[in-house]
Design a binder for this molecule. Sequence first.
Ligand code: GCV
Length: 851
Amino acid sequence: MLAGAAVRALGAVDEVRRPADPQAAWLTYSSVDAHHVFPVGTSVPDTMLMLGVSEIEASARDELQLGLRLMLHRVLRVAASADSLQANDVLVVGTEEEIAEWKPSLKIAKPLGPEGFRLRRVVAGKKTWLIVEGADERGVLYGAFALLRLIAEERSLAGLNVVEAPSAPVRWTNEWDNPDGSIERGYAGRSIFFDQGAVRGDISRIAGYARLLASVGINGCTINNVNADAKLLQAENLREIARVSAIFRTYGVRLSLAIDMSSPQSIGGLTTFDPLAPEVVAWWKEKIDEIYSVIPNFGGVVIKADSEGRPGPSQYGRTPAEAANVLARALKPHGGVVLYRGFVYNHHLDWKDAKADRARAGYDNFHELDGKFDDNVIVQIKHGPIDFQVREPGSPLFAGLQKTNEAIELQITQEYTGQQRHLVYLVPMWKEALDTDMRASAKTPSRVQDIVTGKTFGQAGGGFVGVANVGLDDYWLGHPLALANLYGFGRLAWDPALTSATIVDEWTRLTFGNDPQVRSVIDSMQLNSWHIYEEYTGPLGAGTLTDIIGIHYGPGIESSERNGWGQWHRADQDGVGMDRTVATGTGYIGQYPAALAAKYESLKTCPDELLLFMHHVPYDYRLHSGKTVIQHIYDTHYAGAAAAAAQVGAWESLEDKIPERTYFEVLRRLRYQAGHAVVWRDAVAEWFHETSGVDDHLERVDKHPNRIEAEAMELTGYAPVAVMPWETASEGRAVVCKGLGGCSASSTFARPDGWYDVAVQYFDLRNGASRFTLQVNGTAIDEWTADDVLPSDKMDGHTATRHVVSGVALHKGDTIRVIGAPEGEEPAPLDYLEITSSSASRPVRARVAAR
Ligand code: GCV
């Protein structure tokens, strides 16, 4: 349809993005050098011709106006109609159909793929048209964002000719938000959607989020936890959810809901939720019709069933396919889909059974159902067979379903990868999964990305789901640099062939500008970060050696053993690793197509980085690298912690080039991460040392010449206690202060005079904010409050924290004292001091004393 007028006010976008507002994320639209974008012979358009009037095209128009105004300082006039168009330099925006209707000569025979776009610059006599052409309305919006990205990157538009379409129709995020406003595995504040049991009154953050999603081509968002609360399907809640959907709609994002399979019983009042019972089938149909009556562009439902205690069809002897199809048939007339999660497993496995294996569950539960799912059902499969560990192989289920739509589930929220306190750019990890060649077909490529985009088996209804869990935090995900993961998820879903380096460089440029130093430092910090994190956490595919049955954050090496959850690494005094071979193990490897199974089955060809996922080996087993397994564990943990520390210096080199607030937000986290990496290093290295009895060739493990244990200091008020798990405190012990007036721990410095860095290792519990003061000869040289909100109220691997005071002048015989003042339920717990020669070039002043 040709647009006559209908120009929506610019306000909507302006409200979302205020200058220098972190909420703008990568849509900062900083000024660019117009000469790069419009080189000699070209000029910046001054007029925009909007050929369509839909809500989504209006969003495209607003975005283009905003972006050009901020980046090129050009306020675009919107032409009232195509007929009245006088200007020579025009930005033309519309769908293929609208453009062909406006100027038939511009029609290109080959149609764009669904949701795709074409950007081109056409010169016709005196007229120059910069054309944003979409296959449909979403394509127009995606084209607008793509053009703005090119401008932000200062690319020349002189020969503009770009044609793109997304790799797959499903490009969704899942948000694990609960109606009470909490977010399961969310690390960035409370829900932007819900509060106190219902949709929030203030939903102002939602437009900003939808805009970010659309800017990278995400077209769906499931707003509630897969551990779903059935009451969200009640009429009054659906009406409220419709408010959210109306905002999403303007950015082409379809809202969807996670559902609880027992809803027909729990909120519907039926006596059963057997998916095949006629009254249950009727209930779902009616409910889905009701949803569409209030949310006309509803995307569909996500189902977690028979998993981690959730109700499911197995209760009635029904299969996931039978359950999924009931929903699929109710959704079909409306164009909705079912995402049925392949994350179905028994969490009461017998850990003593050497053949039991959680990794087998996805394939075992779904493989036989291949071909039994309706065509609007998509099986949503986590990228690895366990649960978002720091390293896993691609799930064999990807190749196990050949007649079923599949979506890969990637986790943007860093549940097992540092919870947005540690910098971990996840795109390289996702790329490894997506690039894994399943060797499932001799004729067609069968990388995981080929399978989920339908190229291998022709099942083209699936795609990509990213568990985002953004929150009310200004930076959406907590860590400002973690936004590269949300950005990267969208870009990969659009085009999984993009490289990790390309994606991060785009993100850096859009977020921080085109300064080469900024790009090079941030890109390389991000690109190295996953490897660094893996080095100091979970080695060789053993999994993240964290507190598996709890919060999944700090080290907790034994927690995965001797329970039914099946995240075992099976480390004992003789060796480590899960034997998943066909020959002697759980048989998991046999779930892969033969060629890939052969590679994993043989120790000769199994890649080192997956060794302990696939095999159980003795500690002196030699890797392809030539190192023994145990020495590799020691070396990588030391290397990883050192590399984490080096990230701090890299970031500091950008001090003058990053907006101040963001600079300090990141710096604080990197410093914390460097300290926590030492906690990880020591916990893992010392646990394996103790368990294996094998010494570190480089004599680092369990040897800390610069350390002064708190329990060995002269204590006033402080009392020694044992810490559990033992490996999360130096020597397994710390001291706590029970006296309200404060306690102190002192030591006489016995080393040569010089400049030193003093690291104070303590525990920062969630339920208190103790004060610490560091004194030298009675003069306070630093003081701080342990007021971080780490995810535990105990002394353990989650709360172990380090505060470093750099550049302290110490003389032999000085008295070093830590004074701890408890607050709340936190007894100012202290673990040790570590005093190392300082690299700092300037001394600290006695800040506190001088005040
Ligand atoms: C939403 C893991 C997480 C759970 C999560 C589950 C899932 O087990 O720890 O919090 O539940 O995966 O993906 O369903």
